[in-house]
Unconditional design. Structure first.
Length: 158
């Protein structure tokens, strides 16, 4: 009985030294196109059917036109291209700037007849990061020009 146990252990342990190539090779052979293509090709824009909520000037919930509700309804979008002040802020000045930025974004959205998204990437949480376009103008650039947003490392507090 003991030789069988020893033989079984040796047989099991000898397999541990063999390289498992299943996890060391790509899922697709080199040169083959992926089976699933990107939802939004680079450079193309996606139409927003409805802005559901503007939680922060740079964080919105939107309904995306022509996307299934399971992925396109109340989709969180984080604006890229600019840094905006946040609530509650590191100081009273940042909180005041955040309030002003949200009011301005809400006004711009109310005036816009067409809202689009581009340069979409996954965020670390559920949702997407992307550029927001209002009637063909990039929101991040508009906010930077109006000095409601900054590029690089923001400095809202004196």
């Amino acid at each position: 009985m003991k030789p069988i146990v020893a033989f079984t252990l040796i047989a099991l342990l000898s397999g541990c030294g063999i390289t498992n190539t299943t996890f060391n090779r790509p899922y697709l052979p080199e040169g083959e196109a992926p089976l699933v293509k990107s939802v939004v090709p680079t450079g193309e824009r996606v139409l927003v059917a409805k802005v559901v909520d503007i939680e922060q000037a740079d964080y919105w919930l939107v309904d995306v036109a022509d996307w299934p509700a399971v992925v396109g309804a109340k989709l969180p979008i984080t604006l890229i291209g600019a840094r905006l002040p946040q609530f509650p802020g590191a100081c009273p000045e940042e909180a005041a700037a955040a309030s002003t930025a949200v009011k301005r974004v809400e006004a711009l959205v109310a005036e816009a007849s067409r809202i689009e998204l581009s340069d979409l990437t996954r965020s670390q949480q559920f949702g997407l990061n992307g550029r927001i376009w209002l009637d063909g103008s990039a929101l991040d650039q508009t906010l930077i020009e109006e000095e409601l947003a900054q590029q690089g490392t923001p400095d809202w507090c004196p």
